[in-house]
Design a protein around this ligand. Structure first.
Ligand code: ADP
Length: 503
């Protein structure tokens, strides 16, 4: 095993013309408080999706490295759990302050490795950082309670304990926020963590972990193992009886496979999986509000979000006006490198993502949908697909049952509220729904009847560290953010005591 280097190579690529460079981003594994190479020394390239150029070579953790990271997390678990909550809180707060201080570096880094426009990357730094601040505040509010049994003959003390070492697997679409959303509550609760970032975007997480190190992270409390072989690395970690919690954000097939693995040791799990979000526009909606919010719900992150509106259902009386107003906005997008001034839409993550968008659009058109705008790849280097609007999408089209993860609007018209709800619920997913109506009672009915973990009512973005994020049905298990978020990393222990007044 080689553990000689401190691989903090600079990412020398500059961000477009304004010459922002991201220096000192670690490219190694972080295990037990030290940066080191992978055993065997293998690395893999991280590319800029807007050009295809290699940004950095990152250490490729082997299964042995994964177990070494778990060893470190296990070794630190007891002392971290015993660390006063105020100290755990202070570490998270210090990390939050460093994230704020390095906001521009983090934003530039995300734009480089993931492609989103700088303005969106800055938004993610704000959003992602909030999980550290929020859970620094929750760390000191972990309570228990004292109860009397119904017979009056006993008293129970219910206390909260950290579940134990956590393995966190994160996706590439929100490289910062998906990491902080797991690391924040885990550390606050007193759990140690091994995190495996997505192989397409590991640099942001590596830099985040470096910021934690600078904030005073005790050895072993947070470890990071990027790897090209996610399955090979993860299986032995999940199979290890010392691990107590698996938290994952990614696709439903992978989440479902991980749940099967987690079943062997009955691991506590949190799964934030795929979505197929309906977006309902009713005749009584305020058109401007609906269009502005729908643009955000669909096109944030180029549509590469599990919360992205996937299926637009628009009531007949407003459909022509809505489609026309939305299309006018879609045609205003300026496509380019995320780092270029004025870019409002960057590339998709890779060729596979472009092929998928193209295939779904072609299938919908072949089944009778009307192509209103877009509908083709963009003729420039990088993995771009034109923002697209399809109207009159027909039942049976693949786009209605597949998570698009791209800048494509699929509109189906409906007549009645009943039909709209039926169409919206006609999916195995249930992460988020969006609805636009000026009738409050209708909004309440939707909240009670839509099969979803979250509902954006007359708004386009719901993500907020203070509120419980998560889905129902095949969209997942558990909630992230808010006070619910820390519960995922805690166990209740109940202690029965006798009636103190009994003779
Ligand atoms: P996407 O298709 O959006 O890339 P994935 O679910 O494939 O989503 O990936 C999300 C995360 O899960 C990434 O970190 C990826 O490396 C990881 N991953 C993918 N397959 C597996 C697997 N079999 N076991 C563990 N992690 C995996």
């Amino acid at each position: 095993m080689t553990d000689t280097t401190t691989p903090t190579t600079a990412v020398t690529t500059t961000v477009a013309d304004d010459n922002v460079s991201v220096e000192g981003v670690p490219t190694g594994l972080f295990i037990g408080g030290r940066w080191r190479s992978a055993s065997g020394g293998a690395t893999f390239p991280v590319r800029d999706p807007s050009t295809g150029e290699v940004l950095a070579e990152v250490a490729d953790a082997t299964p042995e490295d994964g177990i070494a990271a778990l060893d470190a997390a296990v070794a630190a678990q007891e002392s971290w759990a015993a660390t006063p909550p105020r100290q755990r809180s202070d570490l998270l707060r210090a990390a939050f302050d460093l994230v704020r201080e390095h906001a521009e570096d983090l934003a530039a880094l995300m734009t480089l490795e993931m492609g989103k426009p700088l303005a969106e990357a800055r938004g993610e730094v704000t959003y992602g950082g909030e999980f550290l601040r929020w859970f620094s505040e929750e760390a000191v509010r972990i309570g228990g309670d004292y109860r009397t049994n119904p017979e009056g003959t006993g008293r129970a003390i219910v206390l909260k304990r950290p579940v134990g070492p956590v393995y966190a697997i994160t996706p590439w679409n929100f490289p910062l926020a998906m990491a902080t959303r797991k690391i924040g509550p885990a550390l606050a609760a007193g759990c140690t963590v091994v995190v495996k970032p997505a192989e397409l975007t590991p640099l942001t997480t590596l830099f985040l972990v470096e910021l934690f190190r600078r904030a005073g992270l005790p050895d072993g409390v947070l470890n990071v193992v990027p790897s090209l072989d996610a399955k090979g690395l993860s299986e032995p970690i999940i199979a290890d009886r010392r691990l107590r919690k698996l938290t994952f954000t990614g696709s439903t097939p992978v989440g479902s496979a991980l749940l099967k693995q987690a079943a062997d040791n009955v691991l506590k799990t949190s799964m934030e999986l795929g979505g197929n979000a309906p977006l309902l526009v009713f005749d009584d909606a305020d058109l401007d509000t609906a269009v502005t919010a729908a643009m955000l719900a669909k096109f944030r992150n180029v549509g590469e979000a599990c919360t992205a509106a996937n299926r637009f259902f628009v009531q007949e009386g407003i459909a022509d006006a809505f489609t026309a107003a939305l299309t006018a906005k879609v045609d205003e997008f300026r496509i380019g490198r995320g780092s270029e001034e004025g870019t409002t839409m960057g590339p998709l993550i890779d060729d596979r993502a472009v092929d998928k968008a193209a295939r779904l659009v072609d299938d919908a058109v072949s089944r009778g949908a009307r192509l209103v705008t877009g509908g083709q790849r963009v003729d420039r280097p990088g993995t771009y697909y034109a923002p697209t609007v399809l109207d009159d999408v027909q039942p049976g089209s693949d786009i209605l049952t597949t998570e698009i993860f791209g800048p494509v609007v699929s509109i189906t018209r409906f007549a009645t509220e009943e039909e709209g709800i039926r169409l919206a619920n006609d999916t195995e997913f249930g992460l988020i729904a969006y609805a636009y109506t000026s009738d409050f009672a209708r909004g309440q009915r939707l909240a009670e009847r839509l099969e979803t973990g979250m509902l954006g009512l007359n708004t386009g973005v719901v993500s907020n560290a203070a509120f419980p994020f998560g889905g129902v049905k095949s969209s997942g298990l558990g909630r992230e953010g808010s006070h619910e978020g820390i519960e995922e990393y805690l166990e209740s222990v109940y202690v029965l005591t006798p009636d103190p007044f009994a003779a």
